[in-house]
Design a protein. Structure first.
Length: 742
């Protein structure tokens, strides 16, 4: 990470290293029926673009027969500067080689190394400039001083690259040669529209070409982004990153495409690589907003030029130069930004694709969905962003393998060094082979509110593991941040207790008295895990419990009547309560307890949920047979849509495309809504008084608790059919997904 980047490092990526606490319960389910995994956004250094593909030379699945490239890979992605960041000036070739060796020792079979360091490169090029090539001799001399070039700084990269070149070495060539020596399949992975620091006119990351042609840019840094780019970047990417995108080069300009092709040609001609990878995810804007669809053919034509170039060079060498692309998380996002990888695959332009998120793992990549639209036999790989936990890596990997990936990519794996921690290289051998991954231990927890118990269920076999007593009439459940304890609201009159369950020991270990605050119902955990919140419905308060002491710290008035459910905002700043009798949602400042506003909703406002992009709150009006959609930026209702059948609970699919709503009617249904069009897709009959909803972390199944039929119904979210039912006890209701702690 570069100190030159300033805001880039500290703001854009520093915030991303912090895991999103409210996702911890949504990770990991792997089994013979479904896969697993959600992850959390992480930090990324300026040039995190090496891909290592672990290939298995053994037989591949019969369903994936795509020729010589249809083999198991683990793709390790390394950017263009992390191998030059940390060694003291002047860096020696042996220092570089060690960074390649550690990848090979970990079991990787392919190295995809990025030549990019910002818009410049890590070798003395002609079509491109090497990072720091235009530093004045005086400045270059100054930053050789260790006091001026801290380990991990961009200046350290610049002087080390120069030192290697001055000593007669090609920095990138050292990496490629060593990778080949170690038997690694070697690709160069090129960031097609680098925009790091485009808001800093003096940054050494900016190229001469970019500076000299401002009229060939998409727009200006800070220009408004259309929804597709916001969606691709996701809710956890700092706004400064999004502000860079319009500062990129516009591929509608012929000279831009010609320049990039020249740079790619230089890479392919200069190095004896096995292939070229085009990273469309760094950064995912290529045309002026609104002009993407009319330029799809332009980009496809340019891709033909690239393919023609790689074939020419391959013919000259007597062996192919393969071409791969790194594309968006969802199929529709590709054409929305002006690229068409499906057409490229059908035309034979690309040899394989890697599906990827942008700096996060917040929903499982839809490999199976991509498999349906790509030509049969095309190898499809899936990317995993850097994660703080080995178990999280394993859970993501299990799901992706189960969903049919031909192999995996680990992206930004090396960036733990930015925090002084070595990457867990020993993990790569497991990730690259599904047979080596340890079995999943996840459990579905189900509250049986009419018999005062909690059931532990194996979500793969749908068989009960255990059932233990709770407090009276347990209604809602939240888990502690360390996944050790569950907190349950006890609703039976007087309803002034919260049960604490030791999930590891499977014991009821505490009953927290809430005193005057009665009829405890809705439950939520603060993102930092320090406090749990429960509604005291009839008394109009939110009760705050310190999870370290298990003591009530305060009661916060909601200013509403029959406050039923409670949510905590993702930034931990606000509480939201759904108030049945006053037909509104209270917005409360969490720290002060002051009421910010009350948002009018509909009759019987009860269940609610944030959309995955954190832009809206959907509140269910049980008696009004409707849903009020609330804009979280303004705290105003923007639309009310019909939803017949006493809607009581809502969950969004992990990709945010659909909403599932349980109907608390005699016949019991789960309504599936299209979030984009706000229309009903399907109404699935389940059991009487459907209420509790939970999703498997792989996004493939939903579970609906039906309190009057003593059962939980299983919904296949791919086919939207009810595929099973299992019994837990009297009054199956609220559920939670539990990943046992290490």
């Amino acid at each position: 990470m570069s100190s030159v980047l300033g805001i880039v490092a500290a703001v854009a990526f520093g915030v991303l290293i912090v895991p999103c606490p409210d996702d911890s319960h949504q990770f990991g389910i792997d089994n013979t029926r479904w896969g697993s995994e959600r992850g959390r956004i992480q930090n990324s250094s300026v040039g995190a673009e090496i891909m290592v593909a672990q290939a298995d030379t053994g037989p591949v699945d019969e369903k994936h027969t795509g020729g010589s490239d249809a083999r198991r890979r683990l793709i390790y992605n390394s950017d263009g500067d992390n191998m030059f960041l940390y060694k003291a000036y002047p860096m020696q070739p042996a220092d570089v080689l060690g960074y390649v060796d550690e990848i090979g020792r970990a079991g990787a079979t392919s190295l995809f190394i990025s030549p990019n360091v910002g818009m410049n490169v890590n070798f003395p090029g002609k079509a491109s400039e090497m990072l720091g090539a235009r530093l004045s001799p005086a400045v270059a001399e100054t930053i050789k001083d260790p006091a001026a070039t801290k380990p991990g700084s961009l200046e350290r990269t610049a002087v080390n690259l120069r030192a290697l070149v001055d000593a007669g070495h090609d920095p990138l060539g050292l990496i490629v040669a060593r990778a080949k020596e170690k038997g690694l399949e070697t690709f160069l992975t090129f960031r097609l529209n680098e925009v790091h620091a485009v808001d800093e006119s003096d940054s050494i990351l900016l190229s001469r070409f970019w500076k000299e042609h401002p009229d060939w840019r998409i727009g200006k840094p800070g220009d408004a982004l259309s929804s597709v780019y916001v969606q691709i970047l996701g809710p956890r990417t700092h706004p400064v990153v999004g502000s860079w995108l319009p500062g990129g080069l516009n591929y509608a300009v012929p000279e831009v495409r010609q320049q990039r092709l020249a740079e790619l040609r230089e890479c392919c001609e200069r190095y004896p690589i096995d292939g070229l990878d085009l990273d469309f995810q760094r950064f995912p804007m290529y045309f002026s907003p609104g002009k993407e669809s009319e330029n799809v053919a332009v980009m496809t034509g340019w891709m033909r030029d690239v393919r023609r170039m790689t074939r020419e060079i391959g013919q000259e060498r007597g062996r192919p130069v393969r071409l791969s692309v790194r594309i968006m998380a969802l199929p529709e996002q590709n054409r929305a930004i002006g690229i068409d990888p499906i057409a490229w695959a059908k035309e034979g332009i690309v040899d394989f694709v890697t599906v990827s998120h942008y700096l996060r793992n917040d929903f499982p990549l839809p490999v199976r969905e991509y498999r349906r639209v790509f030509p049969a036999g095309l190898p499809i790989y899936a990317s995993i962003e850097v994660e703080p936990s080995k178990d999280t890596y394993r859970r993501i990997a299990r799901w992706l393998w189960e969903d049919g990936a031909d192999g995996l990519m680990v992206y930004n794996f090396f960036t733990t060094r930015e925090g002084g921690k070595e990457p867990p290289f020993e993990l790569l051998n497991e990730l690259g082979d599904p047979r080596k991954l340890p079995p999943d231990q996840d459990v579905l927890l189900v509250l049986n509110k009419h018999e005062d118990t909690i059931s532990f269920v194996n979500p793969r076999t749908l068989e009960p593991i255990a059932k233990i007593p709770t407090g009276p009439n347990p209604h809602e459940i939240v888990l502690s941040k360390d996944s050790r304890f569950a907190y349950l609201s006890n609703y039976a009159p007087p309803g002034n207790t919260v049960s604490v369950i030791d999930l590891v020991e499977r014991k009821h270990v505490a009953q927290i008295s809430t005193g005057e605050y009665s009829r405890i119902h809705g439950a939520a955990m603060a993102p930092d895990g320090k406090h749990a919140y429960f509604t005291a419905g009839q008394t109009g308060f939110v009760v705050e419990i310190d999870t370290q002491t298990n003591k009530v710290t305060r009661g916060i008035p909601t200013h509403g009547k029959i406050s039923h459910m409670v949510l905590v905002s993702h930034d931990n700043k606000r509480l939201y309560t759904a108030n049945i009798d006053t037909q509104n949602v209270s917005v409360i400042d969490r720290e002060s307890g002051a009421l910010i506003t009350q948002i009018p909703c509909g009759k019987g406002c009860e269940g609610m949920a944030f959309t995955p992009d954190r832009k809206q709150l959907w509140a269910l009006n049980q008696e009004g047979d409707s849903i009020t959609i609330i804009d979280l930026a303004t705290h105003t209702p923007v639309k009310t849509i019909p939803c017949p059948g006493k809607p009581v609970r809502i969950r969004f699919t992990l990709d945010g495309r659909r909403a599932l709503v349980s109907s608390w009617t005699e016949k019991g249904e789960v309504v599936v809504l299209d979030v984009a069009t706000l229309t009903e897709i399907k109404c699935l009959p389940v059991g009487s008084r459907a209420i509790g909803l939970e999703l498997s972390p792989d996004g493939k199944h939903a579970f609906a608790g039906c309190e009057e039929t003593d059962g939980v119904h299983v919904i296949d979210l791919d086919s939207l059919t009810v595929t099973g039912k299992f019994q837990t006890g009297n009054g199956s209701d609220s559920m939670a997904w539990w990943t046992p702690p290490n």
